[in-house]
Design a binder for this molecule. Structure first.
Ligand code: GBH
Length: 487
C-alpha cells in the first residue's frame, strides 16, 4: 500500500465537488469580542492551561474573526467549489438559549457567507463543532435531554438567518468525539470522564437533537430554501489483527462502537443502535450489577424519528487501526467504560507511514474499506467526505501530505468505480489551527499560518498547489509538479 501502481491520470466524475474544512473554535479567535458568550473550550483552556500540550488557547487562533476575507481569498486561490466552516453557538447565542441573539455574531457569519458567494464558493455550514455554550454545560450539556430542544432552537436561528444563502448543512460534527471524548474520557472538553455512562446518554441526545433539527428543516424550510442537510461522522477503519474469528468479531465491535453507534440508527433500514452495541453493553451492565443497561433505550418513535434523518452520510476519515481480542487482558480498562464494553484491543502497525499526530497513519486501503462498508451496510447512501487530512510539524515542503492526499483520492476513485456514491471531498484543513489538546503543535493546513506574528500571515504549502491543480483539472495526476516548487 501507499504506493501508486501506475502514473495513470485519473478523472473525477462530472459534478464531483472539492472543498476544504475548518471549525470555529480552531480558527476564529475573537473569543471575548462583540458580545460572544463563553464556550466549554474557552473554559477548558483558561481554567487549566496544562491540559493543552503547549499551554495555548484558541483566544486568537488564526484570527479568522478578523481575517475571514483572507480565508475566502485562499479558498478562491485554491478554486474550491465549497468551504465547510462551523458556527460558534455562543457567538450567536451567548447564553445558549435563543431568547437573546447576538447581532454582531449574525453579522460575522453573514459577511463570511456573502464574501464566499461573491467569489462563487458555496458555503457549507456545520452547526456544531464542539464549542458548546458554557451556560448550557452548567446544565449538563449533552447529557441533559433538554439539549435536544435547545439545539433545535439554535438550528432555527441559523435557518432563519442564513438559510436563504446556505444550501449545504451539517448538524453535528463527529458525535462520537463529542460523547466519548468529551463525556466518557478527558480527551475533549468538557472532560467529564464519567466513563461507561455519560457517553451513552450523550449519544442518545445527540442523535435526537440531530434528527429533530433535520426534521425542522425538512418540514418547514426545505420547500423554500431547497438545501441539503446531514451529519458528519468520524469513521476509523478497524482491521482484524489476525484471521481468527475472535479478532474479526473484535474489529466489527470496534467499528460498531466507533461509528455504527451513530450511523446505524440514522442510515440502516432497521434503525436503532447496532445489535453488537446493545448486546455488549447490556451483558456487561448486568454482570456489573446495574439494574438496567447503561446504554439508554431508544423508543419505537425515537427510532423512527432518527432513521433516515440525513440527506447524505458525511464521512470524516483519516486512519486505520488493528484490532484483536484477548481474554487475558480483561480488566485492562476502567470498569465500567466504553473501552471495556467494546472489549477490543486497538493497536497500530508501526510499518504504516506516521503523521505528526500520534493517532494518524497513512493507510489508503483502510479508507477504501470504509467506503465499501458504508455502501454495503447502508444501501449506498450519498457520501460526502467532509474531512480528510494529514498533520506535520510544519514547513512549506509537505511531500508526505501530498502523498497522503494522492493515495486517498486514488482509492476514492476506485470506490467510485466500484459503485460507491461519493460526491464530495473536503480537505482538513484550509489553514493551520488550534488542534484541541495538542494546541499548535500539529499542522494540518494546506496553508501555513504564522502564529508568531500578530498578522497571522497565511502562506500556501506545496500541497496547496497540488490540490489546486487537482481541482482545476478535475483529475489526479500523480506526476504533476508545481512550477513554484520544482528545482
Ligand atoms: C477531526 O477529528 C476533527 O473534526 C477536527 O476538529 C480535528 O482538527 C481533526 O480531526 C484533526 O485531528 O484511532 O482509536 O486512536 C478527527 C477525530 C481523532 C478520530 C483521533 C480518531 C483517533 C482514535 N479523530 N481519533 S483511535
Amino acid at each position: 500500500n501507499g504506493e501508486f501502481l501506475s502514473n495513470k491520470i485519473r478523472k473525477f466524475p462530472d459534478g464531483f465537488q472539492f472543498g476544504a474544512s475548518t471549525s470555529a473554535y480552531q480558527i476564529e479567535g475573537g473569543w471575548y469580542e462583540d458580545g460572544k458568550g463563553l464556550s466549554i473550550w474557552d473554559i477548558a483552556t483558561h481554567t487549566d492551561p496544562s491540559q493543552i500540550k503547549d499551554k495555548s488557547t484558541g483566544d486568537v487562533a488564526a484570527d479568522s474573526y478578523h481575517l475571514y476575507k483572507r480565508d475566502v481569498e485562499i479558498a478562491k486561490e485554491l478554486g474550491l467549489d465549497f468551504y465547510r466552516f462551523s458556527v460558534s453557538w455562543p457567538r450567536i447565542l451567548p447564553k445558549g438559549f435563543s431568547e437573546q441573539i447576538n447581532q454582531a455574531g449574525i453579522d460575522y457569519y453573514n459577511n463570511l457567507i456573502d464574501e464566499l458567494l461573491k467569489n462563487n464558493i458555496k458555503p457549507f455550514l456545520t452547526m456544531y463543532h464542539w464549542d458548546l455554550p458554557y451556560e448550557l454545560q452548567k446544565l449538563g450539556g449533552w447529557v441533559n435531554p433538554y439539549i435536544i430542544d435547545w439545539f433545535v432552537d439554535y438550528a432555527k436561528v441559523l435557518y432563519d438567518n442564513f438559510g436563504d444563502r446556505v444550501k449545504l448543512w451539517t448538524t453535528i460534527n463527529e458525535p462520537k468525539q463529542i460523547c466519548y471524548e468529551g463525556y466518557g474520557s478527558t480527551l475533549k472538553a468538557p472532560m467529564l470522564n464519567v466513563t461507561g455512562v455519560a457517553e451513552y446518554i450523550c449519544a442518545k441526545n445527540v442523535l435526537l437533537a440531530h434528527a429533530k433539527a433535520y426534521h425542522l428543516y425538512d418540514e418547514h424550510y426545505r420547500k423554500i430554501q431547497n438545501g441539503t442537510i446531514g451529519i458528519s461522522i468520524s469513521c476509523t477503519w478497524f482491521e482484524p489483527a489476525s484471521d481468527t474469528v475472535d479478532d474479526h468479531q473484535a474489529a466489527i465491535d470496534a467499528r460498531q462502537f466507533d461509528w455504527g453507534q451513530y450511523a446505524h440508527p440514522i442510515f440502516s433500514k432497521a434503525g436503532d443502535f447496532p445489535l453488537e452495541l446493545k448486546r455488549n453493553i447490556a451483558l456487561k451492565s448486568a454482570e456489573q450489577g446495574y439494574p438496567r443497561s447503561r446504554l439508554p433505550e431508544l423508543s419505537a418513535s425515537e427510532i423512527c424519528l432518527i432513521r433516515g434523518s440525513s440527506d447524505f452520510f458525511g464521512v470524516n476519515s483519516y486512519t486505520t487501526k488493528l484490532t484483536y481480542r484477548d481474554a487475558s487482558l480483561e480488566g485492562m480498562y476502567a470498569v465500567p467504560s466504553y473501552m471495556d464494553d467494546m472489549a477490543a484491543v486497538i493497536i497500530s502497525n508501526p510499518a504504516w507511514p506516521q503523521a505528526q499526530s500520534t493517532w494518524l497513519q497513512e493507510v489508503p486501503w483502510g479508507f477504501h474499506k470504509i467506503l465499501k462498508e458504508i455502501m454495503k451496510l447502508y444501501d449506498n447512501p450519498p457520501v460526502y467526505i467532509t474531512e480528510n487530512g494529514w498533520s506535520t510539524s510544519g514547513g512549506l515542503l509537505d511531500e508526505d501530505r501530498i502523498r497522503y492526499y494522492r493515495n486517498y483520492l486514488n482509492v476514492l476513485l476506485d470506490a467510485i468505480e466500484e459503485g460507491c456514491d461519493v460526491r464530495k471531498f473536503t480537505a482538513w484543513t484550509l489553514i493551520d489551527n488550534f488542534e484541541w489538546k495538542n494546541g499548535y503543535t500539529e499542522k494540518f493546513g494546506l496553508y501555513e499560518v504564522d502564529f508568531s506574528s500578530e498578522k497571522h500571515n497565511r502562506t500556501p504549502r506545496k500541497s496547496a498547489y497540488i490540490y489546486k491543480e487537482i481541482i482545476r483539472t478535475r483529475t489526479l495526476d500523480p506526476t504533476y509538479e508545481p512550477e513554484k516548487f520544482s528545482v
